[in-house]
Design a protein around this ligand. Structure first.
Ligand code: FEO
Length: 403
């Protein structure tokens, strides 16, 4: 892999993972991903982050294009210890023999659990507000605990107005392009939502606090360099900040997700009728069956929807297993400011809608009307009732949104 010059003496030296489809073991990455790392050749040559272990060779190859020897590296900054960024840290330490390795206090605490040999490394802890001189440039550190792990931090280079933002502002995309302005804007926006909805969403209060902190610290930013996907430069910096503010606020919208699983298509038919009813009230609806859609694809739509409707037939006194997995996944991501509904068919005992309602209320999702349940196959009258139930929910959503 070749290094890409971003500015004088500043290079992208990351790796492109074209084959990635399973990101972190729980989220799909249908467009692949990148593990970005950045090299600054100042009086102190500094590497910001490494890459996933199997891409260590690619990283070292990129660095070799712009360095005579890897041992020219004086400093390594570890913005985050998760293995997609620090997985090859030990190999880089061995190859570069850095004078110092900088990381946050929480990173230092956990480093030994990944690298027992770190006690022999020249690790120096840095906290929010601390600075490091590289020569002509300085680095200001901002801890961003839980964005995405307790150890995460940003590195800001004021002389370059460059923010190395680690997981924040990331998108999963493998490409030959490196900047947002070089690819389709709609795709970037979708991939930002996918990444935020599946990884960052539970930490939205921290995102809002961090955005405030960025303003308070008066960080002038002309380049956001995340550790996954494309970089934001010029006007795109404001676009990225604005989108993160919107994602984190989770204001309800006139969008609904109807997500369901089905056995003999009765619950599926109800889902279609509910969708019709919502649509008639002006709601934009995503109708997603769990046999066709991965839970992370559903979550990408849930994150900015004002309403979430879940359906499952009763099976062995419970709900279908894909739906149980979906609800467990959704709960962990802590969606906010939504209304919802539950529906499902049943043959005899009929517990599913109560179980679904309990899950939804447990997530703090308001349920404006009783669940919708039908025995066996729905008749025409039952489907008309389901459409009316959808219209009712659409009216409740309008009220919530203030539309
Ligand atoms: Fe990209 Fe939290 O790792």
């Amino acid at each position: 892999m070749r290094a890409l010059k971003l500015r004088d003496d500043i290079y992208w030296v990351g790796a492109v993972d074209w084959a990635s489809r399973d990101f972190h073991g729980y989220s799909r990455s249908p467009w692949g991903t990148t593990y970005n790392a950045y090299l600054v050749k100042d009086e102190k040559v500094t590497l910001f982050d490494t890459v996933k272990r199997e891409f260590a060779g690619s990283l070292m190859c990129s660095m070799s294009h712009v360095l005579d020897s890897l041992e020219q590296v004086d400093y390594i900054v570890v913005n985050h210890l998760e293995p997609d960024h620090a997985g090859s840290l030990d190999e880089l330490v061995a190859a570069c023999k850095p004078e110092k390795i900088f990381c946050s206090p929480m990173c230092e605490k956990a480093m030994g659990t990944y690298f027992p040999q770190y006690k022999d490394w020249p690790v120096e802890v840095v906290k929010t507000g601390e600075t490091l001189s590289l020569g002509k440039r300085t680095v200001e550190f901002v801890e961003t605990k839980m964005l995405h792990w307790p150890d995460s931090m940003f590195s800001y280079i004021p002389e370059e107005k460059m923010l190395i933002s680690n997981d924040a502002f990331g998108q999963n995309i493998a490409s030959t392009e490196r900047f947002v302005d070089e690819v389709d804007r709609g795709l970037v926006d979708r991939l930002m939502r996918e990444y935020y909805g599946n990884i960052v969403l539970p930490f939205s209060p921290i995102v809002l606090k961090t955005l405030e902190q960025v303003t308070e610290l008066g960080l002038e930013i002309d380049l956001i360099a995340p550790d996954h996907g494309l970089m934001f430069r010029g006007d795109d910096v404001q676009y990225a900040l604005k989108r993160y503010q919107e994602f984190a606020e989770q204001k309800p919208t006139m969008k609904a997700v109807v997500v369901y699983d089905t056995m003999w298509h009765s619950t599926e038919e109800l889902a279609g009728a509910i969708t019709q009813g919502l649509q008639e009230e002006g709601v934009s609806v995503h109708l997603l069956g769990l046999k066709q859609n991965h839970h992370s694809a559903v979550m990408t739509e849930v994150m900015d929807a004002g309403a979430v409707v879940v359906g499952s037939p009763t099976h062995n006194n419970g709900i279908l297993p894909y739906m149980a997995a979906m609800l467990q996944y959704m709960k962990g991501l802590k969606p906010k400011n939504k209304i919802g509904g539950a529906f499902g068919s049943f043959g005899w005992s009929g517990e599913s809608t109560k179980i679904l309602t309990d899950w939804m209320e447990g997530m703090g999702i308001e349920m404006p009307q009783d669940p919708l349940r039908f025995k066996n196959a729905p008749t025409h009258e039952m489907l008309a009732q389901a459409a009316e139930w959808g219209r009712n929910l659409g009216r409740a959503l309008k009220e919530k949104v203030g539309a």
